[in-house]
Design a protein around this ligand. Structure first.
Ligand code: PGA
Length: 258
């Protein structure tokens, strides 16, 4: 079952007061859109308050990162155990974590295993940088990232993969729908090799990178793309609601049996 999926990655934006206001605006309109999983990923400091606001609604909560140890002397880090009380999802392997915080495939692998071990569902991000794309290395990079992140991880439906070409993130230059479909098909092939065909076909795979309400249909109108991971546009309530509602209605019309 491919339940469509849209996640909002607020990144390092919003104070607690701003986050409270944004969720307050989103709550009504987002709750009324069904047939789609909606996940908000605010900064850590707002998780607890937003969990309370979302209580009883059909909107889910995710974190943007975590460390892999359960507890201990790791000043400044947040553990899977702590997050498991607060949210259902956690974004792991985001290109900004890889780039600015030097997260390796090995570290991301440890995080994926720790998340699953604590009943958190990872949203695993993979994607190539511009140079790799231009020199035809996209598939090589994606394969390395997937293999690295999923080593010794048992086949599971509890992972969502987000294909996010790094050159498309925050640049206003989204990939084309076709390009995204090609890479997402490749991701399904790699998952078949690593796990099995059944999981590869059923796993939800998103596109991310400059998604907005004007281009979202270009991606979600393809059966291979189950939804989107939205950064910048998710900070504007109207824009995000529009993205979720277009996705839900396209998926309902185009793939009613999915
Ligand atoms: P963007 O970010 O939508 O602002 O490009 C997407 C992401 O980084 O997840």
């Amino acid at each position: 079952m491919h339940i469509p999926f849209i996640a909002a990655n607020w990144k390092m934006n919003t104070t607690v007061a701003e986050a409270e206001k944004l969720v307050g605006t989103l709550l009504g309109p987002l709750s009324s859109i069904d047939g789609i999983e909606k996940v908000l990923c605010p900064p850590f400091v707002s998780l607890s308050l937003i969990k309370k606001i979302l209580q009883g609604s059909n909107i889910k909560l995710g974190a943007q990162n975590m460390y892999f140890e359960a507890e201990g002397a790791y000043t400044g880090e947040i553990s899977p155990l702590m997050l498991s009380e607060l949210c259902e999802y956690v974004i792991l392997g985001h290109s900004e974590r890889r780039r600015y915080f030097k997260e390796s495939d090995n570290m991301i692998n440890q995080k994926i295993r720790a998340a699953l071990g604590n009943k958190l569902k990872p949203i695993l991000c993979v994607g190539e940088i511009l140079e790799e794309n231009m020199s035809g290395k996209t598939e090589k990079v994606i394969r390395r990232q997937l293999k690295g992140a999923l080593t010794e991880v048992e086949a599971t439906h509890d992972i969502v993969i987000a294909y996010e070409p790094v050159w498309a993130i925050g640049t206003g230059r989204a990939s084309s729908g076709e390009q995204a479909v090609t890479t997402i098909k490749f991701i399904r092939n790699v998952i078949t090799e690593l796990w099995n065909k059944d999981i590869a076909l059923n796993l939800r795979i998103l596109y991310g990178g400059s998604v907005n309400s004007s281009n979202v249909t270009e991606f979600v109108s393809h059966s291979e793309i189950d939804g989107a991971l939205v950064g910048g546009a998710s900070l504007k309530a109207d824009e995000f609601v529009n993205i979720v509602s277009q996705t839900a209605s396209i998926k309902k019309q185009a793939f009613p049996n999915n």
